[in-house]
Design a protein around this ligand. Sequence first.
Ligand SMILES: NC(=O)c1ccc[n+]([C@@H]2O[C@H](COP(=O)([O-])OP(=O)(O)OC[C@H]3O[C@@H](n4cnc5c(N)ncnc54)[C@H](OP(=O)(O)O)[C@@H]3O)[C@@H](O)[C@H]2O)c1
Length: 262
Amino acid sequence: MAYRIIWITGASSGIGKALAELYAARGATVAVSARSADALQALAGAKANIYAYPLDITDADAVPDTVRRIEAELGPIDLAVQSAAMWSQMGVDEFDTAKIRRSMEVNYGGTINVVGALIGPMMQRRAGRIAIIASVAGYIGLPQSLAYGPTKAALISFAESLKPDLDRYNVAVTVVNPGFVETPMTAANDFEMPFILQPDDAARRIARGLDRGKFEIAFPWQLVSSLKALRNLPYSAFFGVTRRMIEKREEQKRASQEASQG
Ligand SMILES: NC(=O)c1ccc[n+]([C@@H]2O[C@H](COP(=O)([O-])OP(=O)(O)OC[C@H]3O[C@@H](n4cnc5c(N)ncnc54)[C@H](OP(=O)(O)O)[C@@H]3O)[C@@H](O)[C@H]2O)c1
């Protein structure tokens, strides 16, 4: 499947940027969005077929304006990848209602703005694919994920609801559920991140899944299969595992405090 005109949000860094570089190297015309205009200009400056469209996806008016501009200037969008999001590590000790609301506003509300702006023109053309980057963190309620996890669970549910309806208009939906990827988003994490991947590796896996027209693209399989298995456990066993995750984190915190105190 060859995508000619591609729009990627969250393309100023991490997975979105790696995907933009991958598709530009394949010869596609790539529109890139995020709030950091300088980073987008640098990306666009390095490749003739990348075009910067700075955008805050929470701005409900700016999103459809940007879609209209991209389509007028570059052509109809074949593939849109909604990668923009924010992450906050949060357990009950850090409970912050404003941050939880903001996470929902960016990750879920922003995605609604992006999808809402795309479906009209795509349904009319009876063509196009919308890929929403969620996370394996959306499969289950994980410790430290009070602000982030619910946004990604909402996105998975949203994509599942959207797919059969949009199928009727020949518009495809993909949900991407990555495990850990080494990007600015994960740089400050103070917990273990098993099977962590590099952004270019994640981008290749996503592009392969999109080429195959998959609904779900999830990786790495080790994390995906264990979290999906956890999801199917009875709650008594499920909470046994997630409680152990909290205990392990507390032990790690104590050990690093003791080490820093000499
Ligand atoms: N890294 C991981 O381990 C991991 C795992 C699972 C899922 N994911 C998901 O993968 C996607 C990409 O994450 P990443 O790791 O590549 O993180 P990243 O490097 O921090 O990229 C996030 C991108 O989102 C943009 N962004 C944030 N808020 C925005 C807003 N309001 N409007 C427009 N753009 C906004 C950021 O640019 P500006 O700040 O310039 O706006 C940046 O380009 C996210 O959806 C993330 O939740 C990541």
